[in-house]
Design a binder for this molecule. Sequence first.
Ligand SMILES: NC(=O)c1ccc[n+]([C@@H]2O[C@H](COP(=O)([O-])OP(=O)(O)OC[C@H]3O[C@@H](n4cnc5c(N)ncnc54)[C@H](O)[C@@H]3O)[C@@H](O)[C@H]2O)c1
Length: 248
Amino acid sequence: MHKFDFKNQTAVITGGAQGFGLDIAKKFLESGCKVFIWDIDEKLLKTVAKEIDNFNLNYHVIDVSDYAKIKKIVDEITNKYKIDILINNAGITGPTAPLWEYDVEKWNKIVQINLMGTFNCCRAIVPNMISNNYGRIVNVASVAGKDGNANASAYSAAKAGTIGLTKSLGKELADKNIAVNVVTPAGAKTRILDQMSIEHVQRMLSKVPRGRFLEIHEFTSLICWLSSNENTFSTAAVFDISGGRSTY
Ligand SMILES: NC(=O)c1ccc[n+]([C@@H]2O[C@H](COP(=O)([O-])OP(=O)(O)OC[C@H]3O[C@@H](n4cnc5c(N)ncnc54)[C@H](O)[C@@H]3O)[C@@H](O)[C@H]2O)c1
């Protein structure tokens, strides 16, 4: 992969204990970035930190739906560092069910984590980026937010909300050196797939003209460019990585 230079930069990656987030964290670390991974899974965070064993890696146990905790941690970090990069990646799909049978609390939780989590992190971190006149924010939505997946109404709605939030915030920050973009991946083999039925996953895959799952490293490639100082113009934009499924 093309090498990016993230030396002397600081990144926050939510949902960074596994899957997409962890791969992004590893790439950033390789390129000299200081990385804070935030995840709700404390056990996994500890294991990953031990395995990676890099002084530039820090972690916090954070539920992205908890704004007060996020604000407290951001204040601690920004006392020492400026935050250059924010990857809003934490997410859950929730169970597969038609809307009229969906558990109301679960529906709400999916929106709280996927959409409100993105809002909470942006709300807490953007002021620091504004004062430094630099920032790269990448929000991780899904092709579900463009197309709407049947039996995944909460997830589709939350990811569509994330796309709308990105377009709005990107414009609010466009006169500053801060880029805000959103990516819409198709299915990749991470643990998130375990939350959905096998039939649902097969249905998603059958819609992808490439005829296969997205590889995690292919996703990380796109995130690296969007997060880098090479991206000096693109903002408020939706970057598709769905193997041809959604061509808009
Ligand atoms: N893998 C796919 O097929 C796919 C497709 C489209 C979009 N996405 C999106 O990509 C992102 C990453 O997913 P992944 O595939 O790597 O999944 P994953 O399940 O491997 O990783 C998600 C991480 O988020 C963490 N997390 C969950 N709830 C949290 C919370 N409340 N606060 C903080 N952390 C929390 C989990 O502990 C986990 O470590 C998600 O936003 C997901 O919706 C994934």
